[in-house]
Design a binder for this molecule. Structure first.
Ligand SMILES: C[S@@+](CC[C@H](N)C(=O)[O-])C[C@H]1O[C@@H](n2cnc3c(N)ncnc32)[C@H](O)[C@@H]1O
Length: 279
């Protein structure tokens, strides 16, 4: 590893709701800088490739799962080049709005079998190229295996056995510094800290049909990142908000949220879920 390698090793009780954490309450501004007021607890129905509503260095933590480009309802229908160009724009904007010391978590699954597409590696490289420092990755184990899919490839034959993924990745990055500081409180218990700092998390997946979105993650996933990587009253961003799961996790843990979602129907779904699950 060269001296200048960007991969060089660096040094390196929840619940209880308060009215100010309710939805769409454009209260306190991040800063008075340039007389710009930025709303908290807000969903923007637009593409996150441009987050001009947000000030530079204003977000403490982003937790998100990007759309893929493979034809599900929540997916995009772009060429590979257009897709990666869009992802580059969104995460460059995310870098701009993230505070120094702030964190970004990207949840992705690898896809395909012929060949297998290592999407997690591609996102890792993209964020490193944008300038993020990688902190590590969590393997989100979604099942013990009994219910995993039955696409064996070849059954009990070495001709073409297929690996059945029961995990996804959560890639974790920092901006500028691994250390973050705040006058506000951390909210993580001893037991949760011990568990959340391990690299494998066992969390059951969310039920897409029940929620009404094709690719939601469970509230517990952003909730664990919020408690591990942010302080009370911090602002949590999800540039691909979908059904609003990150916002729900933020409010339940006394943080604020900002979300971007391009589809109006998912914005409405997110607002409904936020109201129902946090009041
Ligand atoms: C994988 S889903 C996120 C699901 C979310 N984590 C949840 O729990 O519901 C990705 C979402 O990004 C939205 N999306 C796609 N392109 C977008 C863009 N350019 N800007 C904002 N949202 C976008 C899709 O409509 C979809 O709802």
């Amino acid at each position: 590893m060269s001296k200048n390698s960007k991969f060089k090793i660096g040094s390196g009780s929840r619940k209880g709701y308060v009215s100010q954490f309710q939805i769409d309450t454009p209260i306190i501004e991040f800063t008075e800088k340039n007389n710009t007021l930025v709303k908290k607890n807000k969903i923007y129905n637009k593409s996150s490739e441009n987050m001009s509503e947000l000030l530079d260095n204003s977000i403490s933590l982003t937790v998100t799962s990007p759309p893929y480009n493979i034809g599900k309802d929540s997916d995009l229908n772009l060429t590979d080049e257009e897709y990666w160009d869009l992802m580059k724009k969104v995460f460059t904007e995310t870098f701009r709005v993230t505070k120094s010391g702030g964190r970004v978590v990207v949840n992705v699954a690898n896809l395909g079998r012929k060949p297998y597409i290592p999407i997690a590696n591609l996102f890792t490289q993209l964020l490193i190229d944008i300038g993020f420092l990688m902190r590590g990755e969590i393997i989100w184990q979604k099942s013990k295996g009994a219910n995993a899919n039955f696409a064996w490839g070849s059954w009990r034959s070495a001709s073409n056995p297929v690996i059945r993924d029961i995990h996804e990745y959560c890639l974790v990055f920092s901006k500028h510094s691994f250390k973050n500081s705040s006058e506000n409180e951390s909210t993580i218990s001893k037991e949760e800290f011990m568990e959340s700092t391990l690299s494998v998390w066992n969390i059951l997946p969310a039920r897409a049909k029940k929620i009404g979105h094709p690719a939601p993650f469970p509230v517990e996933l952003p909730e664990k990142f919020i408690n591990l990587y942010s302080f009370e009253k911090d602002i949590i961003l999800d540039p691909f908000l979908g059904s609003g799961t990150t916002a729900i996790a933020a409010i339940k843990n006394k943080r604020f949220y900002i979300g971007y979602e391009i589809k109006k129907e998912y914005v409405n779904l997110a607002k409904k879920r936020i109201t129902e699950e946090t009041s």
